[in-house]
Design a protein around this ligand. Structure first.
Ligand code: FAD
Ligand code: PYC
Length: 405
C-alpha cells in the first residue's frame, strides 16, 4: 500500500551546505529548528543552517512523554514556561502544521504533608503570577481522572493534587517537522546526517565555523542546542558547562480504548502517565542514577515505575507494555536551563533543559533566536545565565522538575 504513496512533496529541502552562514545552529531538535524558524520569521535572518548529526527529532524531541505545563516556582522559570505555553496555544496555526496540542490538564499527585506544602506553595506563586494552578481534594482528583485509586488503603495514599488545566500534551514529531518545514520555507538550510566534530575560533577568540563529517562550514554566529550532548559540543570550544548527562526512560503500552483523560504525574512514586491518540498509555520514569550516553537505560528503573503505575491505577495491572526507550538529558545542578552568552564571542548556548524541555520548546526557541540575533538575552530569559553558577544566583526548580533525579 505504501507504493501508492509516491510523489509526496518533501516537507523541507535538504541542500548541500553552503561554505558559510550568518548563523549555524547545532542540533535539529525542536529547540534548534524552532530557533532557526524564529530567526527567519522574527529577525529576518535567513542565511542560517541547522546541523543535525542524525535525523530531525531523533533526539529527545522524539523521545519524550510530551507533558506541557508552566507551573514552576520561580519568576525566571514562570516567565519562560508561560511564554512557551502561550506559544503552544497558537503553534498549529502559526506553523500551519497540526502539532496536536491538547490542553487536557496536568495533575500532580500529593502523597503526604510535604508534597501538599510544596504544591500549595507552587499554586500560590503561580496564581500571583497570573498562571492557573489549583488544589484538588482526593475526590476531586478522582473525578478528574477516574482510573485513579484514592483509597486510604493504597500503599501511597493520596491527600490531594495540584491541577494545571491549561497543561497537556502535543505530538512531539510534529513539532520538529512543523518547525523544519516552516524554517525551510523561509530559506533556512536543514542539514541532516551532519555531525559537528569541532568548533573553530579566530585569533580574537570568536567563532569562525564548525568542522563536520561533511567538511568545514563557516559561521559568524553559532547556537548550541544539542541536549544530552551539549557539554560535549561546548568542550569543542573550550567551555565547561555545569551539566551531567543521564538517560531518562519512557515506555508505551498496547493500545487501549480511551480511558485516561488527562496527564498525571507523581514525583513521590516516580511515574507519569497519559494516553496517546493511538490509545497507548505513555509512561515515564525517573532518571537513571549514572551518567551515560546510552539511549536505553536500566531495567530496574522502569520496573519500579510500573510498580508505581499499578499502585496508582490498579485497573492497569494486566496491561501489556509494547516498547521502551531512553533519551540523554542534560541536567544542571539547580534543574533550570542555561540560555545565554558564553565566554567565547558569538557562541551562544541553550542547554540544561534536562528532563523538562519539551514543554519549553516554542518559548526557548523563540528566546534563543532573540539571543542569537541581538547578542544579548531577551528579558524573559535574562535569569538563565551560565554566570549564575559563579555568582550563586541559582534557580532551584528541583521540586517543579517533577521527575525523580
Ligand atoms: P533534542 O531533541 O535532543 O535535539 C538535539 C539534537 O542535537 C539531537 O537531535 C542530536 O542528534 C543533535 N546532536 C547532538 N550532537 C550533535 C552533533 N555533534 N552534531 C550535530 N547534531 C548533534 N520534557 C517535557 O517538557 N515534558 C516531558 O514529558 C518530557 N518527557 C521526557 C521523557 C523522556 C524519556 C526524555 C528523554 C525527555 C523528556 N523530556 C520532557 C525532556 C525533553 O525531551 C527535552 O528537554 C527536549 O526535548 C530537548 O529538546 P532539544 O531540541 O533541546 O533536544
Ligand atoms: O517536565 O513535566 C515534565 C516532565 C514530565 C515527564 C518528564 N518531564
Amino acid at each position: 500500500a505504501m507504493r501508492a504513496h509516491k510523489g509526496w512533496e518533501a516537507q523541507w529541502v535538504s541542500p548541500e551546505p553552503r561554505p558559510a552562514y550568518d548563523a549555524i545552529i547545532i542540533g535539529g531538535g525542536g529547540h534548534g529548528l524552532g530557533a532557526a524558524y524564529y530567526l527567519a520569521k522574527e529577525h529576518g535572518i535567513t542565511n542560517v543552517a541547522v546541523l543535525e548529526k542524525g535525523w530531525l527529532g531523533g533526539g529527545n524531541t522524539g523521545r519524550n512523554t510530551t507533558i506541557i505545563r508552566s507551573n514552576y516556582l520561580y519568576d525566571e522559570s514562570m516567565d519562560i514556561y508561560e511564554h512557551s505555553l502561550k506559544l503552544w496555544e497558537n503553534l498549529s496555526q502559526d506553523l500551519n502544521y497540526n502539532v496536536m496540542y491538547s490542553p487536557r490538564g496536568v495533575m500532580m499527585l500529593s502523597h503526604g504533608i510535604h508534597d501538599q506544602q510544596v504544591f500549595k506553595r507552587h499554586i500560590h506563586a503561580n496564581r500571583l503570577y497570573g498562571i492557573d494552578n489549583e488544589w484538588l481534594s482526593p475526590e476531586q482528583a478522582k473525578d478528574f481522572c477516574p482510573p485513579l485509586d484514592i483509597s486510604a488503603s493504597a500503599r501511597f495514599p493520596i491527600n490531594g493534587a495540584a491541577l494545571q488545566r491549561r497543561g497537556g500534551t502535543a505530538r512531539h514529531d510534529a513539532v520538529a517537522w512543523g518547525y523544519a518545514r516552516a524554517a525551510s520555507d523561509r530559506g533556512v538550510h536543514i542539514i541532516q546526517n551532519c555531525e559537528v566534530t569541532g568548533i573553530r575560533r579566530g585569533p580574537d577568540g570568536a567563532v569562525t565555523g564548525v568542522d563536520t563529517n561533511r567538511g568545514f562550514i563557516g559561521a559568524k554566529k553559532i547556537g548550541v542546542s544539542a541536549s544530552g550532548h551539549n557539554s560535549v559540543i561546548m568542550a569543542m570550544a573550550g567551555v565547561r558547562v555545569p551539566l551531567h548527562s543521564v538517560p531518562l526512560q519512557a515506555l508505551v503500552s498496547e493500545p487501549l480504548k480511551p480511558i485516561f483523560p488527562c496527564v498525571v504525574m507523581s514525583n513521590t512514586v516516580h511515574a507519569y502517565i497519559s494516553q496517546s491518540d493511538k490509545g497507548e498509555l505513555v509512561i515515564g520514569a525517573g532518571t537513571d542514577q549514572y551518567n551515560s550516553y546510552s539511549q536505553t537505560g536500566g531495567l530496574q528503573i522502569i520496573t519500579h515505575t510500573l510498580d508505581a503505575i499499578c499502585e496508582l491505577f490498579p485497573i492497569f495491572r494486566r496491561v501489556k507494555m509494547m516498547r521502551q526507550w531512553g533519551g540523554i538529558t542534560d541536567n544542571t545542578p539547580d534543574r533550570s536551563a542555561i540560555q545565554g552568552v558564553t565566554p567565547v564571542p558569538n557562541l551562544f548556548v541553550n542547554c540544561g533543559w534536562g528532563t523538562g524541555g519539551f514543554k519549553a520548546t516554542p518559548g526557548s526557541a523563540n528566546l534563543f533566536a532573540h539571543l542569537i540575533a541581538k547578542g544579548e538575552p531577551h528579558r524573559l530569559a535574562a535569569g538563565l545565565t551560565l554566570d549564575r553558577f559563579r555568582t550563586g544566583r541559582l534557580i532551584d526548580e528541583a521540586a517543579a522538575a517533577a521527575v525523580a533525579h
